[in-house]
Ligand binder design. Structure first.
Ligand code: HEM
Length: 392
């Protein structure tokens, strides 16, 4: 019997060893795949969350729930008297006094449902992250290096909930909108969490066969440029949050000129003291910065796409990125010229998230390529021959 272990040649022992490695690799791959799909699922939920958040802001619904009850708030008012109690609480807010006096209960319910849905989705995402994380950890499926990263993302999610309330609290007394810098921080944090999810998931993907061989004429500037574009995009989204928080698109509504010029006067750009305050509070400066970063991003993305023209491993990603940024800039201009209609503003916000996803995947792909090449996977034949010289 050739299959009996006693009659195996050194070579067939190696084959057994190989089979064991293969089985272990397969199990590990299946676990990595499960974790990867779970992270992509959470990222998809987060995209929906950002869109519901945008709709909540654009329908002026964000200040309708004046308390933060992380656990009991999961239930909406279930009786007419519970609705009246919620409405009474809302009537103590400045927004009701200054902007919505005389609102009916039916109108209040409409704005309440948006904010409630936004908060509920936050809780759903928290649970959809925590429960599988515990499961994977108890099963020992998570590699040590990955564990802290996943818990960090979870902590960022919790922090994001607290930032959300901090933002709402800024709009309850003495004003009818939330503080624009808190809105920008809330939006930016959502984007950072999205990047972390996609980046982590991307690095759990099996390396493509082509990545294990050195790609000829690799350019060393491609990965840093892709990462720079991603960083600029995060900055641009933060600036967008400031523009929308200040409603600056309604104050300066011309394009390509702003305040009558391509580059407004220094006195108008820097009239607040100290100078840096203009970057947060001056409608002109904030919108001007948003435009300038848009032009910079577009220019860089087009150059990067040109740089990738003859490189198969990055061409499609770079072209997709340039196209989505062009679409986004066009939507921005139309949103501005048409005085921020809700659907267009929502599209502008949603495409920003799409651009962020494309930029993250593209940058992660270029970085992954580099890492895979730098640390080629272990050479199985070498291991076999080292342990079983006779098998060579
Ligand atoms: C190409 C890069 C761009 C990106 C990534 C971007 C991103 C964003 C984001 C994330 C917001 C916040 C949306 C929200 O809070 O709901 C925003 C707001 C805004 N952006 Fe852009 N934007 C870009 C280009 C432009 C351009 C070129 C213009 C016009 C010249 C523009 C005009 C506006 C206006 C008017 C708002 C406020 C809309 C509102 O009040 O809801 N954007 N942008």
């Amino acid at each position: 019997m050739r299959h009996s272990s006693t009659r195996r040649s050194p070579l067939s022992k190696v084959t057994d060893q190989e089979m064991l490695w293969e089985a272990a690799d397969k199990a590990t791959n299946a676990h990595r795949r499960a974790i990867r799909l779970w992270l992509y699922g959470i990222a998809a939920l987060l995209v929906v969350m950002v869109m519901v958040g945008g709709a909540t802001r654009l329908t002026d619904s964000g200040l309708s729930i004046v308390e933060w009850r992380p656990v009991t708030g999961v239930l909406p008012p279930l009786s007419e008297s519970a609705w009246t109690t919620e409405f009474d609480k809302y009537q103590t807010s400045s927004e009701y006094e200054l902007a919505n006096k005389g609102m009916t209960l039916a109108e209040f319910k409409r704005i309440y449902w948006w904010e409630w849905a936004h908060r509920l989705l936050g809780r759903v995402i928290g649970a959809a992250f925590l429960l599988p994380l515990l499961f994977f950890q108890l099963r020992g499926w998570i590699a040590p290096g990955l564990k802290w990263r996943l818990w960090l993302i979870f902590a960022l999610g919790g922090l994001q909930g607290a930032i959300g309330w901090w933002m709402v609290a800024s709009g309850l007394v003495g004003r009818v909108d939330v503080a624009q810098e808190r809105l920008a921080i809330h939006l930016t944090m959502a984007c950072l969490i999205l990047i972390a999810l996609i980046w982590t998931a991307r690095f759990l993907a099996p390396a493509p066969a082509s990545a294990t061989t050195r790609i000829p004429e690799r350019s060393h500037r491609l990965a840093p440029t892709a990462v720079t574009i991603l960083g600029l995009l995060v900055l641009q989204i933060a600036l967008g949050g400031l523009v929308s928080g200040l409603k600056a698109g309604l104050v300066y509504d011309t394009w390509p000129l702003i305040d009558g010029a391509l580059i407004p006067s220094r006195e108008h750009l820097l009239f607040l003291q100290p100078g840096w305050v203009n970057l947060l509070d001056n409608h002109l400066t904030v919108q001007f910065a948003h435009r300038m970063v848009a032009y910079l991003l577009l220019g860089l993305a087009v150059l990067h796409a040109a740089d990738c023209t003859y490189r198969d491993y990055c061409r499609s990603g770079a072209i997709a990125l340039a196209c989505v940024l062009l679409l986004q800039a066009t939507l921005g201009v139309l949103t501005l010229l048409w005085h921020v209609p809700i659907l267009l503003a929502l599209a502008h916000q949603s495409v920003a998230v799409v651009a962020l996803i494309v930029a993250t995947v593209h940058a992660a792909n270029l970085r992954a390529n580099k890492t895979t090449i730098a640390a080629a996977p272990r050479d199985r034949t070498q291991l076999i021959t080292a342990e079983h010289p006779s098998a060579a």
